[in-house]
Ligand binder design. Structure first.
Ligand code: M6R
Length: 612
């Protein structure tokens, strides 16, 4: 989704902002732009399409960049108005004295726009909601951009992070946020603004996280934050431990394949930090007492996309190990269906970015009804993390590719740990069983390394299959949840029409779609359901399907039924999802690569979905 970068200092502002915007390309965008202050004159350049289009325009215009030390830039993911040069940000006020960039949606923009036209004769040039911000600021501007910002946000509804500059104030940037991320990066003789940390990692690892309703004012040597009562606030510095290299491809063709390979490391980090010397789970950052756990009569796990799929496995784990009923819901549905939530509810939000608006809104809904809020989040300090009672971080490191991989497996690991912990504390999980599961979890990273060494087999399979247009993923038990994730991975990066269904449900309708050479990926890793899966494979084979069977090593009987087989290392049924999903990620990646797709930036998608 949209990205923001701002810079003020003595360096080349255009270069720094464009570099920062490129670091945000992974979030998905359809146009980009920059506003610069040249000694009291504002200049805006913006172009539809890739940032290279903007760079070409800037080169042609041949500005004196050495003379520009303040700039704000933006990558836009269209919501109001099609992707175009005119709808791209930054937006000017009518007099070209103020320029803004904006992430999010101003929900009451039509009402404000109408008033500005009627009362002030303002002429709008774009179809966006964002332009009203620039026009509103100019109406309130009396030489103090900070003051104008406070007046403007008092009128706006919706979610936003906004950066503004004024021609008459060449020495400061003013910004604000509500329900959309914004942080200020601390430099030496310079300062930065961004919507995401990777944009600034080259320049700073020290940040101030801006809170809802605050206004931040950046000068070359200072960052001042004001609360909604206009009072200065003191903020702790937030230090990021990962460096710029973690956000680079390091020789891999794409971030996605790099991140697939980072899974053993991420899982080791996520697990080992939480195991005591005696091998029992300790939940850092979570303060659930025995009384708390015994007091929960239900758990809701709420998330979107891949994180939702991780929640489905979380349900299996919590119900099995902790014996508490669990409901899993997609966030965009949960908040509008008046769910039964009270103080005996444990609400678990799962989110890689911690900024997904639907998840955040569902969390607030549950909080308002008295639930205890726990979150499983990757981005430290994100909104979901900050609004939760307890946070359990997935130590996956930055995930750049739009297609989530290492976030998913580390989310699974977190769900296992939470379930084991609750089961032990509640006294419903036998120590011996707990210890066996922990042992199995500990063995996963090495097994994954082994699986990744066999990548070539799947790569060859992708070469054989990449022209297919329809795929079905089937499975039983936890495999049916992993099937959903395998299917999502394939469709989002290769644009192949793929569908996942519990294998037992096939014959209740969907089998009508199976015909000669339809590809069916049959996940058959659950020992107790293996024979049932063999029957399901026979059913689709009988109708002409080409079947890829995925099974544990040793279950060679699958080779008699499936057209091709992928093996995962031997492990207990309970933990197979951590392994089973990886060949599916690799298959999706190589199929998309064979089809020549833009893997890290799939069309129409954004890394972090900050609108409803
Ligand atoms: O940042 P979040 O985990 O909250 O994001 C949720 C989904 O938008 C995300 O998982 C999405 O489905 C991915 N593109 C899947 O690969």
């Amino acid at each position: 989704m949209c990205g923001i970068v701002g810079y003020i200092g003595s360096g080349n502002a255009e270069k720094i902002v464009i570099e920062g915007l490129k670091k945000l390309e992974y979030r998905g965008y359809d146009s980009s732009g920059i506003a610069m202050n040249f000694d009291g004159k504002l200049v805006v350049e913006k172009r539809k399409g890739r940032i290279t289009n903007l760079e070409e325009a800037l080169e042609k215009a041949s500005y004196d960049f050495g003379n520009c030390h303040l700039a704000i830039g933006h990558t836009r993911w269209a919501t109001h108005g099609a992707p175009s040069d005119v709808n791209a940000h930054p937006h000017f006020s009518m007099d070209h004295r103020i320029a803004i960039v904006h992430n999010g949606i101003v929900e009451n923009y039509l009402e404000i726009k109408d008033r500005l036209i009627k009362e002030h004769g303002i002429k709008f040039v774009s179809e966006t909601d964002s332009e009203v911000v620039a026009q509103l600021l100019s109406v309130y501007y009396k030489g103090d951009l900070e003051e104008a910002m406070f007046r403007a946000i008092a009128e706006m509804r919706g979610a936003y992070s906004i950066c503004a500059i004024a021609a008459d104030e060449p020495d400061r940037i003013v910004a604000t946020r509500k329900d959309a991320p914004l942080l200020a990066g601390i430099g030496n003789g310079c300062n930065f603004l961004a919507s995401d940390i990777p944009a600034l990692l080259k320049h700073s690892r020290e940040f101030y996280l801006i809170e809802n309703g605050e206004v931040v004012v950046l000068t070359r040597n200072d960052i001042k934050i004001y609360n909604s009562e206009h009072q200065p606030v003191t903020r702790d510095v937030f230090h990021v431990s990962w460096d710029a290299d973690s956000a680079e491809k390091e020789g891999y063709d794409h971030f996605m394949i790099k991140e697939i390979h980072e899974q053993p490391k991420g899982l080791t980090e996520t697990l080992e930090r939480r195991l005591g010397a005696d091998g029992t789970v300790k939940l850092d950052g979570i303060h659930l007492t025995k009384e708390d756990i015994e007091g929960f009569d239900r758990v809701y796990i709420v998330a979107c996309g891949t994180a939702y799929h991780a929640g489905l496995i979380g349900k299996y784990a919590i119900e099995k190990f902790a014996k508490i009923p669990v409901e899993v819901d997609v966030a965009s549905e949960f908040r509008y269906r008046d769910p039964f939530v009270d103080s005996r509810t444990l609400f678990i939000a799962i989110s890689q970015s911690g900024e997904t608006l639907d998840t955040l809104a569902a969390l607030r809904e549950a909080k308002s009804k008295g639930a205890r809020i726990m979150s499983v989040v990757n981005v430290v300090g994100s909104s979901v993390a900050r609004e939760s009672d307890d946070v359990f971080y997935t130590w996956a490191g930055p995930e750049i590719a739009v297609a989530s991989t290492k976030a998913y497996t580390t989310q699974l690991m977190c769900m296992y740990l939470i379930a084991l912990y609750m089961g032990r504390v509640k006294g419903v999980l036998e120590k011996a069983y707990h210890d066996r599961i922990v042992e199995e979890l500990r063995a996963i990273p090495a097994k994954l390394e082994k699986l990744l060494e066999g990548e070539q087999v799947i790569k060859n399979l992708a070469k054989e299959l990449y022209r297919i247009e329809h795929v079905f993923f089937i499975g039983r038990g936890t495999d049916s949840a992993v099937a959903l994730e395998g299917s999502l991975k394939l469709k989002e990066i290769s644009y192949i029409n793929s569908f996942a269904i519990a294998a037992g449900e096939l014959k209740h309708g969907t089998i009508a779609l199976i015909e000669k050479d339809t590809l069916v990926v049959a996940l058959s890793t659950q020992d107790r359901l293996f024979e049932k899966m063999l029957s399901n494979i026979q059913e689709v084979k009988a109708r002409g399907a080409f079947v890829i069977g995925v099974a544990k090593e040793g279950n060679a009987a699958i080779e008699e039924q499936a057209s091709r087989t992928i093996y995962i290392p031997e492990c207990m049924d309970e933990v197979t999802p951590l392994l089973t999903v990886v060949p599916l990620q690799i298959l999706a990646y190589y199929i998309a690569k064979e089809r020549g797709c833009d893997i890290d930036k799939p069309k129409n998608l954004a890394k972090s979905v900050t609108v409803e």
